[in-house]
Design a protein around this ligand. Sequence first.
Ligand code: UDX
Ligand code: ADP
Length: 483
Amino acid sequence: MNKDIVCIGAGYIGGPTMAVIAKMNPDRKVIVVDINEKRIAAWNSADFDLPIYEPGLVDVVREVRGKNLFFSTDIEAAVKECDIIFVGVNTPTKMFGKGAGRASDLQYWESTARNIKAWANGPKIVVEKSTLPVRTAAAMEAILNAQDARSEVKVEGQGQQRNFTVLSNPEFLAEGTAIKDLMNPDRVLIGGPQDAQGQAAVDAVVEIYEGAAKNWVPREKILTTNVWSAELTKLAANAFLAQRVSSINAIAGLCEATGADVDEVAKVMGADHRIGPKFLKAGPGFGGSCFKKDVLNLVYLCESFGLHTAAEYWHEVIKMNDHQQERIVSRLFKAMFNTLANKKIAIFGFAFKADTGDTRETPAGTVVRLLHDEHVRLAITDPKALANAKKDLADLIEEDISTGGSDSRIFKQAPIEFTEDEYAAARDADAIVVMTDWCHYPTLDWARLYASMRKPALVFDTRNCLDSAALKGLGFKVLQTGK
Ligand code: UDX
Ligand code: ADP
């Protein structure tokens, strides 16, 4: 009989992954649970106003919600009902105590494990979906199978069995292309204990990814390893990708200094099949919930095993990334006559990349804060990320107490304007800084934008996504990355 599935955590990983699992396994019930009632209400909303924006996601949810995909806050009931429990709760970087600023904060994970143990009414397969430090699965197994009446069961013919088998099934989807990545993954990775019970659990999860009609992931793309290899692979894969971005950004600075063009350099380098063309786009630096967290995790792991040179090596990837945003501000300074105070700068795009409303670790956040410190008047525009931008920058905005908390706001320094209208953002601005490569930016009416700005009008295209020659033809002064 097919095993039903619960996923604890209805976020960027849990939501899309479970929607696609439900779509490809119509014979299984999939319940996604979360402690956040507002989030679950949004997943259940009648007009499909989902809590995250992801191209194609709403179509999949429309197809399966209420049929075999359900969203709920009743975690206990779902844990009791299902045999396979995916865990996709958040694991942010720890900001206190031992490992602060590097290690993952595992409190959500551990409390989830303890809840599972308290509520489970029989043997369960527990699958790590969140990115976690290596050996977390072992810690979870220790918590779940800690000796008590519930920790072992007798299965006829097989003797004593563990009640809980913990597997690692890291998610490799990228935001903005999550549905495409899930439907057609390069590979699915499932790590499990190397004993018979562990392998049976791995097989049970392999079946999910093959799909009910064996029409989803081809078996040869489902790779199985031991648990620790699976956990480390996720960190290593993200660290390699992040390192490529930092490497090309390091070359970009050199291109600016020497007159080389980073896009030309990347194109020719990428034509070497050993290097390949992907992840060689210079820009404002990487953002997103994974790269920084995972590299820092790797740094922490190296340090804790005494591998200090390796730790330093990976830490440089982060330092290079931070430097890239500082460089944006210094270049603006230089191009704007070494004073930014009271000038207006329009920030085009706040999401960490196009096609998402996610702003976690977005380079735009860092640049905005650096500019705000310089008393720049900022106007931020983004088609999907304005709500998150306002939350992220809440500390820069003070409620006007005198109006009793009405909409009117006062600002500590210069006002920050938030608008979906790019033309309103650019009005009277001295500069536009393109931070996210939203695909409609090149098609905006740049002559109209130019006409509405203060002169000399500057565009800093940190993503190299605009036609710089055309912009110069209109009269703009243009800065790009690595050119
Ligand atoms: C990443 C991994 O790709 C994915 O496998 C993992 O599961 C989660 O982390 P994500 O963070 O969603 O996915 O986006 P990704 O496309 O990898 O981009 C990360 C950041 O790097 C973005 O800020 C992006 O703009 C930047 N980037 C990417 C570059 O600056 N240049 C590039 O060439 C590629
Ligand atoms: P990710 O990008 O890893 O999916 P998110 O922050 O988008 O991360 O989602 C994680 C979700 O996990 C959040 O919606 C959060 O409310 C939920 N969560 C955290 N702790 C628990 C818990 N103990 N039980 C259930 N859900 C939890």
